[in-house]
Write a protein that binds this ligand. Structure first.
Ligand SMILES: [Zn+2]
Ligand SMILES: [Zn+2]
Length: 261
């Protein structure tokens, strides 16, 4: 960790962590709404109304998430939970890609577990949004946010038992995670056709992929890429034809809409 951060008092460190998460949230939401506005006429995913008060409800969920992320990450940094090594480009890149892959695996299991009857109530807040907005990404209960902290803090802790991580590599991944999560919940499809193939979606999903999870409920548990759904057999076989429909300017008009396999 940079010496400037180690020297901070607890409250100043908390303020710095809060500025990071709140700042990334604001930037990502602004980008998400800009993308929605730019593509509303040509690539809208669901042409259906939001529920009454949806933005207000989701804003509250975002506030819960940012507070929990701030407290958890501040405490973890203060307690030295994650072992950091000297900064280098290689260590930074390895930390970023280890988190990129690790979070996908971690999130699939967390998400799948949250759809189990025993604990599904912690996940209902996020699913209140059947048609998503950029604010939906971090709209969740405090218990679900704590589950995410397993990925934000527990995962790097685990990796750092093997080898020290790069502080800036981890910061870069968390910024990418927040940005991708929020922009990725926009109700439009910016993904170019060339990036919508089965091969390409192993690395990054089309936006519609997770929109279908909100509309249908029991499949597509992945974060960011289809990789884990493909390995675990939880991928629907009709998303590509629905992608084609949306990409050619015809939004889906029912949450139950099915495409050709
Ligand atoms: Zn879910
Ligand atoms: Zn979601």
């Amino acid at each position: 960790m940079p010496p400037e951060l180690i020297a901070l008092s607890f409250s100043r460190l908390a303020l710095t962590v809060f500025a990071f998460f709140a700042g990334m949230t604001v930037v990502s939401v602004a980008m998400g709404f800009a993308v929605e506005r730019a593509l509303a006429g040509s690539r809208k995913i669901f042409d259906l109304p939001l529920f009454e008060g949806q933005y207000r409800f989701e804003l509250l969920g975002n506030a819960v998430f940012v507070v929990i992320a701030t407290v958890t990450v501040t405490l973890a940094l203060r307690a030295g939970v994650v072992r950091f090594g000297p900064s280098s480009t290689l260590r930074g890149a390895l930390t970023f890609y280890a988190m990129l892959l690790g979070f996908q695996v971690y999130y699939w299991f967390l998400h799948r577990a949250m759809h189990h009857r025993a604990i599904v109530r912690v996940h209902r807040w996020h699913h209140r949004s059947q048609v998503t907005t950029p604010l939906t990404g971090q709209s969740m209960s405090a218990f679900e946010a704590l589950g995410w902290m397993g990925g934000y803090v527990g995962l790097p802790w685990l990796f750092s038992l093997v080898t020290p991580l790069s502080f800036w590599g981890l910061v870069a991944y968390l910024a990418f995670n927040v940005f991708g999560n929020m922009v990725g919940h926009s109700n439009v499809e910016p993904t170019a056709r060339v990036a919508s193939s089965r091969g390409a979606t192993l690395f990054a999903n089309v936006f519609l992929f997770h929109s279908l999870h909100h509309a249908r409920w029991n499949g597509h548990y992945s974060f960011q890429a289809a990789l884990m759904d493909r390995i675990m057999g939880t991928e629907w076989d009709d998303w590509h034809s629905l992608y084609e429909k949306v990409a050619s300017g015809h939004p889906l008009t029912s949450l139950k809409e099915r495409g050709a396999p």
